[in-house]
Design a protein around this ligand. Sequence first.
Ligand code: SIN
Length: 269
Amino acid sequence: MVYQHISVQPLTPTIGAVVSGIDLGAPSAEAFAEIKRAWLEHLVLFFCDQTINPEQHLKLGQMLGELHIHPAAPYRDDNPALMAIYAGPDSHRNNGDTWHSDVSADEEPPMASILYLQTAPEVGGDTLWANMYAAYEALSSPIKALLGSLSAKHSANYTGYYGDHEPQRKNPSAEHPVIRTHPETGRKALFVNQGFTRRIIGLSDHESQSLLDMLFDHIKHPQFHCRFQWQENTVALWDNRCTQHLAVWDYFPEVRSGTRVTVKGDRPF
Ligand code: SIN
């Protein structure tokens, strides 16, 4: 693909690209249109050496759509759209340590997330992303046909999850198709994840758990993945409709910290 305003260096043939030659503080409309094109092709984009303030971070999200408010997470600057991402010496866990698509327990789960990591550990704290188009396409035809007829329940229980921070919505819950069609590319993607998907509707407990276990195992194959080693002041933009991610917590007691702006999506179909 040819770009005039940005440079795009793929991380793997399957998912992920590093974008350079752009200041995310004030991208032109032409440059942002190219970022969007690269994003739909590579699913997660990384922008190194960025200095953006909270307003610019929020503005980036608004260029993609209406902002999503996390049901429970702490936030910065008194703005619930500016989710705090933090793990340090007092933490008992980090955010996103299980494969997930952000807040898939919402009726209309977020389409995009934009994480600005300002403090990164010297080593460790990588994030992995997995391509759910590729995971779907690698399944056999009979399994694709079966999954295409099924939907699944996604839910979360945020009571006490963020310590003293009181959740705004404690128990989001929704039913979504197991295979969704991306509203912009028209491609099919696997849409179940270990973080939020609890059971497949209409199957027995045993059938549901066995099928989910098979799919959770399937998406762990490295051929669907990229792994990103963060440096401070890096922005990642990912598409929750066709990816899942997992943030590795291997840097305790070091600090890893930033903010996430999340963009509303539509009801999966
Ligand atoms: C998340 O948004 O799930 C956290 C991702 C990360 O911290 O790398």
